[in-house]
Write a protein that binds this ligand. Structure first.
Ligand SMILES: Cc1cc2nc3c(=O)[nH]c(=O)nc-3n(C[C@H](O)[C@H](O)[C@H](O)COP(=O)(O)OP(=O)(O)OC[C@H]3O[C@@H](n4cnc5c(N)ncnc54)[C@H](O)[C@@H]3O)c2cc1C
Length: 411
């Protein structure tokens, strides 16, 4: 009896897709693996892009894999190729250049693309940038070299990273956000003030509660930015951090279930057998929280890639992890662990703000559900983070207020 060589197709060569390809090869030396991406590069580190933007590291340090790595493992990496359709009945993937790739198992690890600025004047004005890809970063760096003033727009991580990059390269930087403070879905007003104070130390002007109404161009480049509250902000370049839209459009014409992301079970398989999703685009079943959600972190995408690769090759391993996001925040650190959602009415929170190192402050906010620690947000000193991650993982109960408050100072 002849055995059929298994065919695997992976859409997206970010950390989720590339880790899955590596895992598949380890589990099955004879299978064929096709890894498709619209970008021109093998895997690079998105988490390192801010440091490349700031000029702290060079481009080579951003790269993680090269083409030879794929050849050595017989992983067929096809770059600059957009997947346009998935046919789940025929088990085929189609690309924009008319090629088709048959699969026995498919992984969708397509991440998300940046939302653009949709205000009058933005469309026809140059020097308005997103910040998600290596190419975005190279373009930003080029423009920073010719600019004196910059505006970072948005209230979440990408806008902060842009602001940090502009300030580190000594541009006169304004940071404008619609919300009352940064990361409004996880911080409170106190935590927001801690972040503002750090940004101000680096010369950044921080403006809350205002929005870009219009870009007023001058010869096709930003003359100034007009806000809804009547401000006029001078900016030679504008960096946009208005979130990403998950790349779920690919499955629109298929029976694959989509909610916010592509819905998968704890084995990362969709409702269509043989089709898996991993990384940012996957709306996965979180066994710690007992519900589905999406998570845009490097560690989560890496673990997803490993589990998806294992299960595509016939394994049956559930995804059990506490997602953690850690990032530098100017000259301190920020860590977000588990579910740190201010808007979730099921969660109770407590917070502590205290003096920290280098003239900064430490801020810690803890999120409890039914007296179990489910989320942590820390700015400043990372001491105690590992212990808190373990407590989230273990689902221990902290029945009294004193027990819960003791966690605010746990080192
Ligand atoms: C600037 C920046 C800083 C970050 N910093 C941190 C940090 O400090 N800590 C942290 O934990 N996380 C950070 N993140 C988030 C983290 O990088 C992501 O969660 C992670 O990279 C997601 O990996 P992924 O493989 O799921 O998707 P992605 O890395 O987005 O890869 C998906 C790939 O699929 C491609 N693709 C999409 N659709 C198609 C299609 N139709 N055809 C072909 N190819 C397609 C995309 O172009 C992309 O190349 C940061 C992200 C950015 C942008």
């Amino acid at each position: 009896m002849s055995t059929h060589e298994k065919k695997y197709v992976i859409i997206g060569n970010g950390v989720a897709g590339t880790t899955a390809a590596e895992t598949l090869r380890k589990n099955d030396p004879n299978c064929s693996i096709v890894l498709l991406t619209n970008e021109p590069y093998p895997l690079y580190n998105r988490v390192s892009l801010p440091r490349f933007l700031q000029g702290v590291i060079v481009e080579q340090k951003v790269m993680i894999k090269d083409f030879a790595w794929h050849e050595q493992r017989n992983i067929q990496l096809i770059t600059e190729t957009l997947v346009t359709q998935i046919q789940t009945e025929e088990r085929l993937v189609e690309t924009s250049d008319g090629r088709t790739f048959p699969y026995d198992a498919l992984l969708i690890a397509s991440g998300g693309w940046a939302n653009s600025l949709q205000v009058p004047g933005a469309k026809d004005t140059k020097h308005i940038y997103n910040f998600v890809t290596l190419d975005d970063t190279k373009t930003l760096i080029e423009r920073m070299r010719e600019s004196r003033t910059a505006l970072a727009y948005g209230g979440s991580f990408i806008a902060y990273e842009l602001c940090d990059g502009f300030a580190m390269r000594k541009l006169e930087t304004t940071w404008l956000m619609r919300g009352p403070y940064w990361l409004r879905n996880s911080l409170d007003a106190d935590g927001g003030e801690v972040v503002d104070n750090i940004a101000k130390k680096f010369g950044v002007e921080v403006i809350h509660g205002d929005e870009i109404e219009e870009i007023v161009p001058s010869n096709g480049v930003p003359g100034y930015v007009k806000t809804t509250k009547g401000r006029q902000i001078q900016a030679d370049m504008i960096g946009i951090g208005l979130g990403i839209t998950l790349n779920t459009h690919l499955v629109k014409e298929t029976p694959i279930e989509v909610h916010h992301g592509i819905v998968v079970n704890e084995y990362l398989e969709t409702n269509v057998p043989g089709v898996f999703a991993a990384g940012d685009v996957a709306e996965f079943f979180d066994t710690t929280l007992n519900r589905h959600h999406t998570m845009g972190t490097w560690d989560n995408a890496t673990s997803h890639g490993r589990i998806a690769g294992t299960n595509m090759a016939g394994g049956h391993t559930p995804y059990v992890d506490v997602p953690t996001y850690t990032s530098p925040l100017f000259d301190v650190n920020i860590a977000v662990v588990g579910s740190a959602e201010s808007s979730n009415p099921e969660l109770d929170t407590i917070a502590l703000r205290e003096p920290g190192e280098k003239g900064n402050e430490n801020y810690r906010r803890l999120f409890f559900r039914e007296n179990k620690l489910v989320g942590v947000l820390m700015i400043g000193s990372p001491k105690g983070r590992k212990k808190l991650v373990e407590l989230v993982k273990n689902q221990d109960v902290f029945a009294t207020a004193a027990e819960r408050e003791a966690l605010l100072t746990l080192k």
